[in-house]
Ligand binder design. Structure first.
Ligand code: UT7
Length: 330
C-alpha cells in the first residue's frame, strides 16, 4: 500500500456578531485607537454575548464545515477541539461540540496548547489519517477569549477576540496535504503567560475572584520577544528543511497575535506582504481560532499545489510550523 497523506479538504468558520471597537475599549481603559493600531494592529474584534461558551462558536464552525463538504455528522471518525477557554473544566469541549452537531460515531478530545493549539490539533489529527486508521477527522479551534480577558487591564483587553474555525482532514494518495511539522514546547515560559487561579493549584475562592486571578496574566514584552524568536525561527527552519524559498512559498498563515510579530516573521522569511494572510485588524487574537479563520477567508484564493507555511507561538510556551501542500482549488 502506498503512502497515505492527510489533506485539508474543507474549512468552516464562525465569528459572533458583536463588534468591539477600539473606541469602545477606550471607554473602558486608558488607551486609544492610535496606540492599539500602532503597537498591535487591531481595529476591532468580535465578542460572543450571553451565557454561551466556546462550544457555541466551535459548533457553528463545524456545522458550516460539514455542509460545505457534504459530510454527514455520523461519517466523522474523530473530532479534536483546540481551546484554552473550554465551556467547563470537564467534560471536554470537543464532546459538547460533537453532541451539538450530531457527531455520534466518533471519539473526541480537547488539546490545550495556547495559541499553537490548532497547529498541535492539526498535527495530531493528521496522524490518525496518515496511519490509515480514520477517513474523516475534524479539527476545530474555538476560543471565547472574552471570558478570561480583564477589561480593566489595558495591556490585555485590546488584544483578544472570540471566534472559531474548523478543518476536515481526509486521506489522499496524492502528494498533497500536511507534509511536515516542527512543534515545540517550553514549560518554563509559563511564568510569563498564564491564568493564576481556577485550576487544581488554586481553585476558585472569594479571594481569587477579588484578586482578579481568573483572567489572563501576561508579561507582554517578554512574550513578544519570545514570539518573534520562536515563530520566525521555526518558519525559516521549515523553509530550509524543504528547500523552500520566498518564491516557492505561496502563503504564510501566521498566528494573529500582533502585527509586528507577523511582520518580523515574514521579514525573516523574506516574504512580500502579498503572500502573508492577515485579518488581525478585524478579529484580533482568537487564540485557537486564528489559523482556520485565515483559511476560511482566503479559501477562494487558494490553488491546488500551493505551498503554505502555518506558523504559531503561544502560551506554554508553545510554537511551531506546519508545511501544507494545498489539495484543492478554492
Ligand atoms: O498569542 C498569545 C501570545 N501573546 C502575544 O503574542 C502578545 C505579545 N506581546 C505584545 O503583543 C505586546 O507586548 C503588547 C501589545 C502586549 C504590549 O505592547 P508593547 O509595545 O510591548 O508595550 P509594553 O508592554 O512595553 O508597554 C509600553 C507602554 C507602557 O507604558 P510605560 O510603562 O512605558 O509608561 C504600558 O503601560 O505602553 C503602555 N501600554 C498602553 N498604553 C496605551 C500598555 N498597554 C497600553 C494600551 N494603551 N492599551
Amino acid at each position: 500500500m502506498g503512502k497515505i497523506n492527510a489533506a485539508i479538504t474543507g474549512v468552516g468558520g464562525y465569528v459572533p456578531e458583536y463588534v468591539l471597537t477600539n473606541e469602545e475599549i477606550s471607554t473602558m481603559v486608558d488607551t486609544s485607537d492610535e496606540w492599539i493600531m500602532t503597537r498591535i494592529g487591531i481595529k476591532e474584534r468580535r465578542i460572543l454575548k450571553g451565557e454561551l461558551g466556546s462550544s457555541e462558536l466551535g459548533a457553528k464552525a463545524v456545522i458550516e464545515l460539514l455542509e460545505k463538504t457534504n459530510t454527514k455528522p455520523e461519517e466523522v471518525d474523530l473530532l479534536i477541539c483546540s481551546t484554552v477557554t473550554p465551556d467547563m473544566q470537564f467534560p471536554a469541549t470537543a464532546n459538547i461540540i460533537s453532541d451539538k452537531v450530531g457527531i455520534k460515531n466518533a471519539f473526541s478530545f480537547d488539546v490545550n496548547a495556547g495559541c499553537s493549539g490548532f497547529l498541535f490539533g492539526m498535527a495530531t489529527g493528521a496522524k490518525y489519517v496518515q496511519s490509515g486508521m480514520y477517513k474523516k477527522v475534524v479539527v476545530v479551534g474555538a476560543d471565547k477569549m472574552s471570558s478570561i480577558v480583564d477589561y480593566t487591564d489595558r495591556s490585555v483587553s485590546p488584544i483578544f477576540g472570540d471566534g472559531a474555525g474548523a478543518f476536515l482532514l481526509e486521506p489522499t494518495s496524492e502528494d498533497f496535504g500536511i507534509i511536515d511539522e516542527i512543534l515545540h514546547t517550553d514549560g518554563a515560559g509559563r511564568k510569563h503567560l498564564h491564568q493564576k487561579a481556577g485550576g487544581s493549584v488554586k481553585p476558585a475562592s472569594h479571594e481569587t475572584v477579588e484578586a482578579r486571578e481568573h483572567y489572563i496574566y501576561q508579561e507582554g514584552r517578554q512574550v513578544f520577544k519570545s514570539a518573534v524568536v520562536g515563530m520566525a525561527g521555526v518558519s525559516v527552519e521549515m523553509m530550509k528543511k524543504h528547500g523552500l524559498t520566498n518564491e516557492s512559498i505561496d502563503w504564510l498563515v501566521p498566528h494573529q497575535a500582533n502585527l509586528r510579530i507577523i511582520d518580523a516573521t515574514a521579514n525573516r522569511m523574506e516574504l512580500p506582504k502579498e503572500k502573508v494572510m492577515i485579518n488581525i485588524q478585524k478579529f484580533g487574537n482568537t487564540t485557537a481560532g486564528t489559523l482556520p479563520l485565515l483559511i476560511w477567508e482566503w479559501e477562494n484564493k487558494l490553488k491546488k499545489g500551493d505551498n503554505l507555511i502555518f506558523s504559531t507561538f503561544g502560551a506554554g510556551f508553545t510554537w511551531g510550523a506546519i508545511y501544507v501542500k494545498w489539495a484543492y482549488n478554492g
